[in-house]
Design a protein around this ligand. Sequence first.
Ligand SMILES: Nc1ncnc2c1ncn2[C@@H]1O[C@H](COP(=O)(O)OP(=O)(O)OP(=O)(O)O)[C@@H](O)[C@H]1O
Ligand SMILES: Cc1ncc(C[n+]2csc(CCO)c2C)c(N)n1
Length: 283
Amino acid sequence: MSATINNEDEVTIEWNLTTLVRPGPIQQHNDQTGVALIVLNQPLEKSLHVIRTLWNNASIRVAADGGANAIYEVAGQHGDTTFDNLQAIVGDLDSLDPITQEYYTSRTKPAAIIRQASQESTDFGKAINYVRQNSPAGPIDIVAIGGLGGRVDQGLSQLHHLYLFQKDEHYKQGRIYLFSGESLTFLLKGDQRKVHKIRVRDEGQLGEEDAFGKHVGILPVGEKSRIWTKGLEWDVQDWETGFGGRVSTSNHILPETKVVEVRTARDVLFTVALRDGKESGVP
Ligand SMILES: Nc1ncnc2c1ncn2[C@@H]1O[C@H](COP(=O)(O)OP(=O)(O)OP(=O)(O)O)[C@@H](O)[C@H]1O
Ligand SMILES: Cc1ncc(C[n+]2csc(CCO)c2C)c(N)n1
């Protein structure tokens, strides 16, 4: 996942989504392997299969406060040791269950308990800062396991964190992906000279091997934008989008598309569905 300058005017930003969700090392934007995982406090059982893959692919694994309860409830308390190598629990710790804390601090490699009492930032924010301060090899991409189906303020705040922690136009501090049950969401930095090339299928991949479904949304959450797309059923050119105006939801990746291309004047959220087994992955 990298950025290359094509000519004076055009920059390609590559997003290799397929490496995130298949077993094996993940290639990051800076060509290093590994990714940091942050677990938020949302039910995990519906997407446990993908979460296990993400967990095994990660090099740093952190729970934001009550996120540790969520992993204990789906695994530890049932004798499933998949998540026992949790590295740290970070937050104000008002949600951390004492049984969860006892469990993760008594593993062979105990989790660190990092209490930050501030009531001015969320546990998600504290966890992002912790990861960024504890990645010795430099900037690291983060996958946050959340869920937008809980409280609306918390759900919108999860999206807000994608903006808050990715102010740099070149994602110099690392990219952040939000995995929320049925979809993967990330921030496309706005600049008409940038082409975001989003790989959703590998070359030669057959439809039944697809990790992603066909549904795509492009959401101008912060401000209005103009967008251009290639590879979707309803491609648009210089299309104004804004809340209260038009937004692109339920667009479809075409069956022959391996890489979706998006240009956007301003920052927008791109969201792609995970294949759920019922969906074929092709329209
Ligand atoms: N009901 C919810 N709906 C959606 N996301 C949630 C919800 N509860 C918690 N989260 C997410 O999980 C993180 C850790 O949650 P935690 O268990 O500490 O809840 P909290 O103490 O209410 O969160 P915070 O203190 O960050 O507001 C939060 O920062 C938030 O991103
Ligand atoms: C205007 C304003 N609104 C809400 C909070 C409270 N708050 C913000 S983040 C957070 C969670 C800490 O874990 C809490 C309680 C505030 N400080 N300022």
